[in-house]
Design a protein around this ligand. Structure first.
Ligand SMILES: NC(=O)c1ccc[n+]([C@@H]2O[C@H](COP(=O)([O-])OP(=O)(O)OC[C@H]3O[C@@H](n4cnc5c(N)ncnc54)[C@H](OP(=O)(O)O)[C@@H]3O)[C@@H](O)[C@H]2O)c1
Length: 339
């Protein structure tokens, strides 16, 4: 599919910035949407070679219908990455669920008014796939056909914790996109991507290590010597591989209106991460805790191979991902300590 200018929402976030870089690497023009022009400016300053290929628009509140109307003008595809990803909430419906759904609706509505847009790739999540009540044995494998059975009422209930509410935000935002396609029959198609835990080095503006995004912060907490977190799922993907998946999903015409579950075939646990850190970094030998080993749950699987077959993306090893992130975060933490 002929794509030359792409709007990326969430362009100054962890995954979005890698998507921006992957598009630029392939010679495409990129418009990044961000809530903070300061972050947009920092992204531009860090990429002087792409000054003519990269621009930013500020979308302060992406929930309002109409906010993307100007931003989509002139682009021929969109990668919608932006969505709230935090477990630090006081009102899950207001902070997670409604913004996620309205963000999707507002970008799709803007694109539907813009005939140049041919495709929208959407960052959903394995959270929209996972069924916490589905237990092995017998062994089963999640695929892109599976949906989280969580109801809207359960997701917004005041007794629901932020982790479960986040899963609802991803499910109902993705469903809003599929309903839009069915009801409005716009001239573009969509591809949705449902990655599990995403880890790896950071390329978006991150002044201090405390600003690490939610998933990488779990790995960094181990490097700091904290108690091992509990892995809710044994599946993961490197952010650089995921960025490639987004771009392949945009340019391959034949995958229109498909849903994918990109994921490494290698399972992970946080004790594997701790062991990698102790083996690879001198400073981590004393610092990283040796606790009872957490075994990666191998009672069920997730079919990330379809992505390799159909989008041509292969997966990095967990070791490479952990080493690249932790080395970067360690250097940054030393700078913060010195200042
Ligand atoms: N990291 C993971 O493990 C993982 C796994 C599966 C799926 N995902 C999905 O990947 C996407 C990006 O997450 P991330 O890991 O890159 O986290 P992140 O760094 O926190 O990025 C979230 C992005 O969404 C934007 N955003 C959040 N709330 C917004 C709002 N109310 N209005 C406008 N923009 C908003 C942020 O914009 P600003 O930059 O302007 O602040 C940021 O760019 C999300 O859709 C998330 O659900 C993440």
């Amino acid at each position: 599919m002929e794509v030359s200018y792409v709007l990326v929402t969430g362009a100054t976030g962890f995954i979005g910035a890698h998507v921006v870089d992957e598009l630029l690497r392939r010679g495409l023009k990129v418009r990044g949407a961000t809530r903070s022009m300061l972050k947009g400016k920092a992204m531009l300053e860090a990429r002087p070679n792409f000054a003519s290929k990269l621009d930013f628009v500020q979308i302060e509140d992406f929930e309002k219908m109409g906010v993307f109307d100007e931003a989509v003008k002139g682009v021929d595809a969109v990668i919608h990455v932006a969505s709230p990803f935090t477990y630090n909430t006081t009102n899950n419906e207001k902070e997670l669920i409604i913004p996620a759904i309205n963000g999707v609706r507002s970008i799709l509505q803007a694109a539907a008014k813009t005939p140049s847009v041919k495709r929208i790739a959407l960052t959903s999540s394995f959270a929209a796939v996972l069924d916490v009540n589905r237990k092995a044995p017998p062994y089963f494998t999640y695929t892109a056909k599976d949906w989280n059975p969580l109801t809207y009422e359960e997701a917004i209930s005041p007794i629901t914790n932020a982790v479960v509410a986040y899963r609802g935000s991803k499910k109902f935002a993705e469903l809003a996109a599929w309903s839009f396609i069915e009801d409005e029959k716009p001239s573009f198609d969509i591809v949705t991507l449902c990655p599990p835990m995403t880890f790896g080095p950071v390329v978006h503006p991150m002044p201090k290590v405390e600003d690490l995004n939610e998933s990488n912060a779990m790995l960094w907490s181990i490097a700091k010597g904290e108690k091992l977190p509990v892995a809710r799922v044994p599946f993961w993907i490197d952010v650089r591989d995921l960025a490639m998946v987004h771009v392949e999903a945009l340019v391959r015409k034949e995958v229109g209106n498909r849903r994918f579950v990109p994921a490494s075939p290698e399972r992970f646990s946080y004790s594997m991460a701790a062991e990698i850190m102790r083996n690879e970094f001198e400073w981590a030998r004393e610092r990283v805790r040796v606790e009872e080993e957490q075994k990666a749950d191998d009672s069920h699987g997730l079919d990330g191979e379809e992505v390799t077959r159909e989008l041509g993306v292969r997966y990095r090893s967990f070791r490479e991902t952990v080493v690249d992130l932790v080395a970067q975060a360690w250097e940054l933490s030393k700078k913060t300590d010195e200042s």
